[in-house]
Design a protein. Structure first.
Length: 73
């Protein structure tokens, strides 16, 4: 899978991933909301750190700029 998440997109994903994980800890008493928030946080954090998004691949979206040459895994 090629990189398809650009630098700025990756930074926002990491930021929001951490925010969702913090929200999961805060919502610990509401188990379903905490679980959903944790899943979203892990997904965002993972795609932000690896610069790869399966949904972007599915829809043919690529936010990498031309200077960030996509490299296959």
């Amino acid at each position: 899978m090629q990189r398809n998440v650009g630098r700025r997109d990756s930074q926002f994903r990491i930021l929001f991933g951490v925010a969702f994980l913090i929200l999961a800890v805060v919502l610990n008493s509401i188990h379903a909301a905490a679980f959903i928030s944790a899943i979203i946080g892990v997904a965002l954090l993972g795609s932000g750190l690896t610069h790869r998004c399966p949904a972007y691949s599915l829809f043919g979206i690529n936010t990498c700029s031309s200077d960030q040459h996509p490299t296959p895994l």
